[in-house]
Design a protein around this ligand. Structure first.
Ligand code: ADP
Ligand code: MG
Length: 700
């Protein structure tokens, strides 16, 4: 059980003063796990992504684009949306002696605007200045102040990631409330490590991280950030080591059968396995047939053929009378696996079941019974597989697809459904060799470093956005020869609202040009709606699919041969590589067009060049890490690496090594975490929700 000292941090954010039910919902959308409520700890770990420097106060003509500026302006004109255009933005034209600029408010509160920006008044407005259709614009200024207001404005302010409707000041209020309730926690770090790195204590670090005073404070190498990163990394390293130690203690079972089903399956495949697939299978089978418990990672680029390897491994287990489960991160992927594997499985008498969160209660009950009685050999599903009311007759192997979407805990939870079940974790994010050890401890790993034959290389080009007309013509030609096209618009969390609007607009544009063959899929859609859009694209009813990055993981439409990525400069290298991997899956010639908005920085340029040069995921991963190590700041989502909340793996590589060494030392000296520092470390593990790891200690 979590120590009670942490209780305040795991209390509901909704209980904080000044956070009403509406704001709480927004926080849930931004910070909480699906179906869960935001807790204080989520607020505290939501560190600023930027520093708003309000010292820049240029004239309109001198103001630089794409930066936060504070402008002193006169309100010149109100452009209120009229009648049936009421959904259009409310625009205000403001000016000074050097030029003018539009303030743009979507879904505006007209009363507030008219009160804050009366015609003719002088105001200070702060926000990001952008050039749009040749006009200067500030969309949703973050401040609109009069003389008295500007005098009180702090020169620097934290900027947190937001979601539609949630304003910075609500986040700051919540952060202050949470900081006030921060309990005093025992020190879990080694004092000599702290001294050597000049790092503050945990509470000071949190306070400072949320109150940056200079740009250095919001960068990964800020002292407060380093301290918090070290805490997270130490908890991760400890949890991994505890997990591994436990796995080694637990005897496994011999889970490989006599080969009759797998041989029939291999014979029925329309292709021969690649050398890499054969090698990986041999490694997996050796684990399965040993009495040691398997914990193996199967790494392979998108399209390298992991699914077949998983099926053959699962079939081995079924041969000896046990069950296997395959857990995918989304409904679409679970269903896709099911549909793809069903004909193969049926051909050799394997009984497949699909269990997703969307199954109706009666159907779910029936499925649960089938699974509990052992009448399903292979169960494919989503998170619903780890629900506590699901019992297997005898689970021998748990396969987890696209693992970085799941935490260590979920891996364990699925493995725990069987008696010492073997665990195979599949990932399409190649982990740079230099990091693999850190991410997966000494977990065994098999690599699919060879693509199935017959793939033609993807023709990759980078074009400035001004050439979008050429791209549309290219798409027209491709459609003419039967192609299907993905068109990706990026989603940047800072302003989801505008990004969604951009995807919607692009969808409308393309529909005007190409007619009713354009689909749209984005993260805000309901599951069923999104599946329907994907299905229509798979079936060819729609032939262009405009998407935000929801198509990132695993979706398989072999007919899709063109990938257009808008604002390619906003994506990380690994993410671009993943997206590109959606095409080039059939034997047709595929292309990928990267549309960028210049001017490009050095790293952005280097990313696009690398992408054009190679399709080797491991090379790309190494290069990604190198570029990030050189100071490019991207969230873990963009980097494609498994996520940390506070640590940045490229920037904090040295701290990671420190945490790894420390974890090793700790567990060598105090394997049960029973010493006073051990007690403090238990608090750390609970703080980062590695409860499962602490439970391993108890069980041990
Ligand atoms: P991954 O899960 O690694 O992204 P998949 O398992 O979905 O890749 O495989 C991608 C495609 O390649 C599928 O259509 C699959 O049937 C096909 N495939 C897999 N292995 C081979 C092979 N050895 N030869 C030819 N095609 C293969
Ligand atoms: Mg896959």
């Amino acid at each position: 059980m979590r120590p009670s000292i942490l209780d305040p941090l795991f209390g509901r954010a909704a209980a904080l003063p000044g956070i009403g039910p509406k704001t709480a919902k927004l926080f849930d959308r931004l910070l909480a796990a699906p179906g869960k409520e935001t807790r204080l700890v989520d607020i505290l770990f939501h560190l600023p992504i930027n520093l708003l420097d309000r010292s820049l106060r240029p004239t309109i003509a001198e103001a630089p684009f794409d930066q936060i500026v504070v402008l002193k302006v006169r309100v010149a004109e109100h452009r209120k949306p009229q009648g049936r255009y009421a959904k259009a933005p409310y625009k205000i034209l403001v000016e000074d002696d050097t030029g003018d600029c539009e303030l743009v408010f979507f879904l505006a509160n007209a009363d507030w605007i008219e009160r804050s920006l009366p015609l003719g008044a002088t105001r200070w407005v702060s926000g990001k200045l952008e050039l749009y259709d040749g006009r200067r614009q500030i969309v949703h200024p973050d401040r609109v102040l009069d003389e008295a207001g500007i005098a009180k404005l702090p020169p620097a302010e934290a900027v947190h990631g937001l979601t539609e409707g949630l304003q910075e000041r609500f986040v700051q209020r919540a952060v202050e409330g949470a900081l006030e309730r921060l309990p005093s926690l025992p020190e879990w770090q080694d004092p000599s490590v702290l001294a050597a790195n000049k790092l503050p204590d945990f509470a000071t670090a949190l306070r400072e991280a949320h109150h940056p005073t200079s740009r250095a404070d919001v960068e990964p190498m800020g002292k407060a950030r380093q301290r918090l990163a070290l805490d997270e990394l130490l908890s991760q390293q400890l949890a991994l080591r505890l997990l591994r130690a436990k796995m080694k203690r637990l005897p496994g079972r011999e889970n490989a059968g006599d080969g009759r089903i797998t041989q029939a399956l291999e014979a029925a495949l329309p292709f021969a396995l690649t050398g890499a697939q054969t090698r990986a299978l041999a490694e997996i089978r050796a684990d399965l047939s040993s009495s040691r418990r398997m914990l193996r990672l199967l790494q392979g680029d998108v399209g390298s053929g992991k699914t077949i390897v998983a099926l053959l491994a699962m079939a081995s287990v079924v041969e000896c009378g046990r069950q296997a489960a395959l857990m995918a991160p989304t409904e679409i992927l679970a269903r896709q696996h099911y549909e793809k594997l069903l004909p193969l499985a049926e051909g050799v008498g394997l009984r497949l079941a699909l269990l997703t969160g969307r199954a109706k209660a009666s159907e779910r009950a029936r499925l649960h019974e089938t699974i509990a009685k052992g009448e399903a050999d292979i169960v494919i599903g989503t998170h619903s597989l780890v629900q506590s009311d699901l019992a297997f007759a005898d689970l021998g192997l748990a396969v987890i697809d696209e693992q970085h979407r799941f935490g260590v805990q979920q891996r364990l939870a699925l493995g725990a459904k069987g008696e010492a079940a073997d665990v195979l974790v599949m990932t399409a994010t190649p982990i740079p060799r230099s990091l693999a050890l850190t991410y997966f401890g000494d977990m065994d790993s098999s690599v699919l470093d060879e693509k199935p034959p017959g793939r033609t290389p993807i023709d990759t080009r980078a074009l400035p956005v001004s050439r979008i007309g050429d791209v549309v013509e290219g798409v027209r030609r491709a459609l003419g020869s039967g192609a299907r096209v993905y068109w990706v618009c990026p989603l940047v969390e800072e302003n989801e609202e505008l990004d969604l609007a951009a995807a919607q607009d692009r969808h409308d544009d393309l529909t005007r040009i190409f007619g009713e063959i354009v689909g749209l899929v984005h993260g805000r859609m309901k599951g069923a709606e999104r599946d329907a859009a994907m299905e229509a694209f798979k079936a060819g009813t729609t032939r262009i699919l405009v998407a935000t990055t929801v198509i990132e993981v695993g979706v398989d439409v072999p007919e899709a041969t063109v990938m257009v990525i808008e604002h390619a400069e906003r994506f990380g290298l690994a993410q671009l590589h993943q997206l590109r991997g959606r095409v080039g899956r059939g034997s047709g010639k595929s292309s990928c067009l990267l549309l960028y908005k210049g001017p490009l920085g050095e790293t952005a340029k280097a990313r696009l060049v690398t992408l054009r040069q190679t399709e080797d995921g491991f090379r790309i991963a190494e290069e990604d890490l190198r570029l990030r190590g050189e100071g490019e700041v991207l969230g873990s989502r963009q980097s494609g690496l498994p996520g940390f909340r506070l640590a940045d793996i490229a920037a904090h590589a040295r701290l990671l090594a420190t945490a790894r060494d420390d974890a090793e030392l700790i567990l060598r000296r105090d394997p049960e975490l029973a010493s006073p520092r051990g007690e403090a470390l238990r608090v750390l593990l609970y703080l980062f929700e590695r409860d499962e790891a602490v439970r391993l200690l108890r069980a041990g």
